[in-house]
Structure formats: structure tokens, C-alpha cells
Design a protein around this ligand. Structure first.
Ligand SMILES: CC(C)(COP(=O)(O)OP(=O)(O)OC[C@H]1O[C@@H](n2cnc3c(N)ncnc32)[C@H](O)[C@@H]1OP(=O)(O)O)[C@@H](O)C(=O)NCCC(=O)NCCS
Length: 343
């Protein structure tokens, strides 16, 4: 049975940097840099321009990952695309990405499977676990795992929506999970969910149980209630559960692998709130220099967060062959996950 390792990483973020002050200046939101930075650690985020969809952001990120892996587009055996802000309700973003990469062009005809993952902030880890299992089964040699989001289009950029709007940003991150006979790669993973809190962080833009599923006015014109158009969040409940579940997922993985914290070189925590991560790190005794973070520059990029961090860390030379890394995420659902990887 082959091992499944990360052969390449890539990322892409839009050019437009929106600082905390810009949220007030540009959109008139009653907020301040001090409020946001103190509670979340966020200083800025990136917003994609109109006309750019989620799969568009993923294209340059895949190209970077392929180049770093030394692979060609036609080496891709499967695409797994994690996002909560897909280009469209359906089909998934994976098939759009496949076409934008040129894999369906005449003469190329590389009709690989495309799977979308709908697990929000832990979507990348659900995708990674799926990819690693597929590669380890010997069925596929190279799987592109994407996390990409265009949140900015679906944020309530007004004072009423400031609790959510100040947290999220756009971006794409990619890893390529490849087969190897070498003694390295994804060692173990843990996934969990607690559907009792499904409504605590949700965007109910439509309700498929209703007839019609998007409400219409008396003229039969579809209208989405602004309360349902944007994500809503019970912030404190999310905060509390994030801490409990991240610690629980990490402890499970450490036990399974008989590891201590000293065995791990670098930790990649999902970037929802720097204060959540600092609390988890303090509780577990993880020193600052082992904790990679980029929330100050990008905010929460949901499924894209962990692969962007991995790509940045690799670009900065902080990931070396033989290092042991741990990654953990928590988000809407509630869903969570963790993985241990020998680089
Ligand atoms: C969002 C979060 C920072 C809010 O902090 P909080 O201390 O819980 O703040 P509250 O939501 O209780 O709001 C307190 C006040 O600040 C206000 N407020 C919220 N966002 C604000 C902002 N961006 N700027 C200024 N004031 C803001 C609220 O309106 C509220 O005002 P009120 O008391 O007059 O009603 C915090 O709950 C959090 O980080 N939760 C987890 C979020 C998360 O991780 N989400 C993603 C999961 S993947």
C-alpha cells in the first residue's frame, strides 16, 4: 500500500487588501481596527473583484502547486474542491476548475473525477482525509485538494452584519496528495461533527423544504430575505465549541500516534480567531514559535486557510523533509478535523 504525501502546495489571494479601517471607510461599517484586532487578531483581509468566482481563484493556486510538485496538469488523477462559497449552487466548483485548467480541452480530454466537499472551515481536512485514503488505496496517484472561497460577495458589509463581515476574507490554497513508497506523508486523521449546532453558523439562502424554496412576492418575483442572504453566527457559542473541539481532536490524534507535543515541529491551526488559537496553544503548552499563523493578513479564509498556510510555510522554507506537522480545524456544522503529517 503506498503512502500519501503532500508533493506540492500553492496559493493565490486577490490583490485588493481591505484593512480593518477600510471596512469603516469603504463600507460605512461602525467598527474600528482596535475592536477587531483585539478580539480576533485580524488586521486585513483580501477581497476578490466582481466577476471573479471561486474556481477562478483556484487556478493559479493549482498551477503553483503543480510546479512545486514537478507535475504536469495531466498528472492530476482527481480534483477535490472544498468550499462554502461555490461558484454556483450546483454543479460543484471542481468541474469548473477542471475546465479552467484546460483538462477538458480538445486534444487533452483528461476527464478525471471531481468531488466537492461542503464542510466549511474543516472542509480542507475532510478533503485531505478523503484524498489520503484514496491514494493509500492505490486507486489514484495524484489528487489536487483545493480550499477556495470568495466570501466577500456574500458578506453583509453593513453595521448589522459587522460581527461576521469583519472576520472573513477571500483566497485559495491547494495541496497535491501523491503516492509514494517512501516512509512519509499523512499518518493519521480524525474527523468529527455535532449537527445539534448546525444553525449556529449558517447561511440559509434558500429553504428547499418550502414551496417555492426561494420566497416570491405577489408578482411571482423571487426574493431572498436579507436575514437569510448572509451568514449568521452565534459567535460566543462558536468560540467556546471551537476551543473544546480543537483540543479534543488534537488529543485524540496524539494518543492514536503515541506522540507528545515535543514530537511536533509545526502546528497549523485553522485561522478563525487568533485568540481562540492562542487559548488552545496555552492550554496545551504549545510555544509560539511552533504555531504558524496568517490571520492578521487574510482573516478567516475558511476552507482555504490551511492550504494557504502550508503553501506560505513551504515558500518561506519553514517546511523541511522529515518534519512532523499537525493541523486542526473547526467550523460550521459544527464540524472539525485534525491530521498528522510527516513532511
Ligand atoms: C465574533 C467575535 C469576535 C465577537 O466577539 P464577542 O466578544 O463575542 O462579541 P459579541 O458578539 O458578544 O458582541 C459584543 C458587541 O460588539 C459588537 N460588535 C460585533 N462585531 C463588531 C465589530 N466588528 N466592530 C464593533 N463592534 C462589534 C456587537 O454588536 C455587540 O454590541 P452590543 O453589545 O451593543 O450588542 C467572537 O464571538 C468570535 O470570535 N467568535 C468565534 C468566531 C469564529 O471563530 N467564527 C468562525 C468559525 S470557523
Amino acid at each position: 500500500m503506498p503512502n500519501a504525501y503532500i508533493s506540492g502546495t500553492g496559493f493565490h489571494v486577490p490583490e485588493d487588501v481591505v484593512s480593518n479601517d477600510e471596512l469603516s471607510k469603504r463600507y460605512g461599517i461602525d467598527t474600528s481596527h482596535e475592536w477587531i484586532e483585539k478580539r480576533t487578531g485580524i488586521e486585513a483581509r483580501r477581497f476578490a473583484p466582481a466577476g471573479v468566482g471561486t474556481s477562478d481563484l483556484a487556478v493559479p493556486a493549482v498551477e503553483m502547486a503543480l510546479e512545486r510538485a514537478g507535475l504536469a496538469k495531466t498528472d492530476i488523477g482527481m480534483i477535490i474542491f472544498a468550499t462554502l462559497s461555490p461558484d454556483h449552487a450546483f454543479p460543484g466548483s471542481g468541474v469548473y476548475l477542471q475546465t479552467k485548467l484546460g483538462l477538458t480541452d480538445d486534444g487533452v480530454g483528461h476527464f478525471v473525477g471531481c468531488l466537492d466537499v461542503r464542510n466549511q472551515c474543516s472542509g480542507f481536512l475532510y478533503g485531505l482525509a478523503t484524498a489520503a485514503s484514496m491514494v493509500q488505496s492505490g486507486s489514484v496517484d495524484n489528487i489536487v485538494v483545493v480550499g477556495a472561497e470568495v466570501h466577500s460577495a456574500a458578506l453583509d458589509l453593513s453595521t448589522a452584519g459587522r460581527d461576521v463581515a469583519s472576520l472573513f476574507g477571500d483566497g485559495a490554497g491547494v495541496v497535491i496528495v501523491s503516492a509514494t513508497d517512501e516512509d512519509r506523508g499523512v499518518r493519521s486523521w480524525h474527523l468529527g461533527a455535532d449537527g445539534r449546532h448546525a444553525d449556529a453558523l449558517s447561511q440559509k439562502i434558500w429553504d428547499i423544504s418550502k414551496r417555492p424554496f426561494i420566497p416570491q412576492n405577489e408578482d411571482g418575483v423571487g426574493q431572498v430575505d436579507p436575514a437569510h442572504m448572509y451568514a449568521r453566527m452565534a459567535g460566543r457559542l462558536v468560540f467556546k465549541n471551537a476551543i473544546e473541539r480543537m483540543i479534543g481532536a488534537l488529543m485524540k490524534e496524539f494518543q492514536k500516534q503515541s506522540l507528545t507535543l515535543d514530537d511536533v515541529d509545526l502546528f497549523f491551526f485553522h485561522q478563525a480567531n487568533l485568540r481562540i488559537n492562542q487559548y488552545v496553544a496555552t492550554q496545551l503548552g504549545i510555544p509560539d514559535n511552533k504555531l504558524f499563523h496568517n490571520i492578521e493578513r487574510y482573516g478567516n479564509t475558511t476552507a482555504a486557510t490551511i492550504p494557504i498556510m502550508l503553501a506560505e510555510a513551504q515558500g518561506e522554507g519553514r517546511l523541511e523533509r522529515g518534519m512532523k506537522i499537525t493541523t486542526v480545524a473547526f467550523g460550521s456544522g459544527f464540524t472539525w478535523g485534525a491530521a498528522i503529517i510527516d513532511w
